[in-house]
Design a protein around this ligand. Sequence first.
Ligand code: HEM
Length: 413
Amino acid sequence: MATDWHGADKLDADLDSEEFGLFDDAVAGDARDPYPELARARREHPVQRLDSSLMPHEESAPVFFLYRHEDISRVLRDSETFSSGHIIGLIMGPVMGEHIMLGMDGPQHRRYRALVSTAFGPKVMNRWESELAMRVGNALVDRFAERGRAELVREFTFPYPTQIIAGILGLPQDDYKQFQRWSIAILSFLSKQEEAIAASQQVKEYVAGILEDRRRSPKKDLLSDLAHAELDGERLTDEEIFSFVRLLLPAGVETTYRSTGNLLLTLLSNRDQLEAVRADRSRISQAIEESLRFETPLLNITRLATKDTEVQGVPIPAGSTVMLMLAAGNREETRHPDPDRYDIARAEPKPHISFGQGPHICLGMHLARMEMRVALNLLLDRLPGLRLDPEARDPHIRGQVFRSPTAIPVLFG
Ligand code: HEM
């Protein structure tokens, strides 16, 4: 049997560059600065109707794009009128199984969320911080700390959350590389469905073996918690657990590696703010929140209108898809003055909506914040004089569905 993660000192983190590059090109898209267009849309048609649906399931139903914070927030809080149910059939079901909580509504969602939420509460994070995130982060930095230079996306921000999720689940460390390959395949589900479905099946078979073991002899890991979680005498079925594990890849790995990259590149490109954080680490939390607002890692999420309704007086017929443009809401000038400026010292910072809102608000937000805080602290501690490589070719954030830097070439020491 392979080594357990918690006892592991050395982590194998090689990431095939080509594999990663292809993945990122396909998934992120190339838009460098979508913000002027989003600002124009928010000004000119904050509730925008498009009649030729881009959604494969309902050619004839209209799609509405919402760009204002207030409207997005209202929709997310009213899950009776705006359902998440279509998400399963639309894209995720065939890859992740029929039981993903992201696509559940009402009592079914409440039951499922109650069963998994203690494992992601703020208290549990203290344990994962000391036992896992610090260990994973330090082991990754060990591999390049002496070199004086690194490319932080391939060498740090991508392997970091993948290893943390694998560790939280309790997967054996020796299986890490394989898990990472499956992650990339599953994350590419929009562009390469067949490969994603195959990887998803393999993850299911792989997890099934470990789950069986944890049912017999529980350990201190998430698979054991999921195997034994109980609500009103009911437990999660194996299929429900497999769906949850597969959802954690796009939900927990993709968003976090992108947001950690956004945080690092934005600070490295704003030297005065990086120095302010370096000198006073209590500013890290605000740097994280401001970077989540300024460079929203997941730009939009979707809902389906269950009945005829309206937003800002615009009628929305039952069956319409509603696209909630989180990134546009996060740069709304009436809420965040001078919204296109990254400023960790905002006088009255208002909460962003990068984690969504309402019943589906991100289950992993405490984990994501903890991971980003640990990452920034340890990179600042261990890489003195951390700075962008001046010779590097134009590192920048890009993407129109997800956003993050493709590369962060740095020098230090
Ligand atoms: C900065 C990083 C992250 C961002 C920006 C993010 C964003 C989001 C958003 C916008 C939603 C709501 C989707 C919707 O309402 O349709 C969501 C839900 C979710 N997130 Fe995250 N997420 C992040 C990190 C994580 C992590 C680390 C985990 C891992 C555990 C995670 C697990 C989930 C799950 C399971 C849901 C579904 C919750 C539900 O349906 O009730 N996320 N996330």
